[in-house]
Design a protein around this ligand. Sequence first.
Ligand SMILES: [Zn+2]
Length: 395
Amino acid sequence: MSGSLRITGARVWDGAERGFAERDVLIEDGVVVDSVSGDLPTFDATGQYVVPGLIDAHFHAYATSMDGFENERGPLSFAAINGTRRLERALQRGFTTVRDVAGGDIGLSRAIEAGLFDSPRYHFTGPALSQTGGHGDPRSAHVDVCFGHGHMCEVVDGVDALRVAVRERLRTGAHAIKVMTSGGVFSLTDPVRIPQYSPEELRAITEEAGRRGSYVAAHAYSSEAVMHSIENGVRSIEHGNLIDSVTASAMAAAGAFLVPTLAAYDAMDRRGAAIGLNEISLAKNTEVLSRGQEAIQFALAAGVSVGFGSDLMGDLEDDQLCGVRLQIQAAGALEALRSLTEVNARLIGDARLGHLGAGAFGDAIVLSADPIAEPSALWEPDARAAVVQGGSVVA
Ligand SMILES: [Zn+2]
């Protein structure tokens, strides 16, 4: 990711405050610079629009299947190789950075850094932490089998065990810690609304992460679960479909982010049954599907920083750009573009992401139309003239 490039003739996105300006983008050794002494290879983008590379803050490289047990306990080599394909395709769509919030590991991360395959910049949490019978426990109620850890989730109960689990993740390169603090759609035995983990357990997790300079992302749907999360130190609320305006205000006051994942519910609703999603999950999905866009509106009205995530499992992965369309429908093109770039960059905590000013990573997509005036430019694959990552044209 250390290419050099001059993108000429385009209107360049300078953030939600400033909009587009006509200027060249100069990328030297992978980084945007104000000026260069020598020549750079040129990409002629005359009449086109350049926005920063998109960031997906809720991605799952190892979600190879619609079957939870398969994802957790299938061969890791299969999950990893499948994950490389999922990452490559995300990059082709214009996502130059992803945050993987259940799964990933130092091995996959090292393979990306070594350039073994094309991938978005990759930030992972490792397996998400779940209580017994929580969202990360893939067992159905009627089977009596042991489950401790898988590739995407690990069941850990009790304060001391959780401290060890957090420390182990941070030891092995995790960007942040993911925890399940409410029921979910994909899990089989937990009602969607109920909070998970005790306050003491949750505080042990957020304290360990915070001391190390990291943070905690929590899967949570309902107001009860979101309040439980932020009162105990969680910074990033994943999904949040069932929140109300009071909870949104509390999130804003706590400085918590919301990472909506609209693509997942829409895709499960349209395609889940056909590709083998179980009856329990299909029924739970209808509970959260209708409320996702409203939750984004509550959050924005309250002043919450709203990011963007996709959360697509198995073959549903190709609906990633559909999530962009749904978020634009809920928030408008300007807010959605901000979510996909500057807000997700702030969430990840890297000032080189999400903009195209000097010092930024040279990650950009070239669009054939103005995405604010014609928002479909952000989700129609045909509207992408190029994807640039670290100064190299990768698609
Ligand atoms: Zn997820």
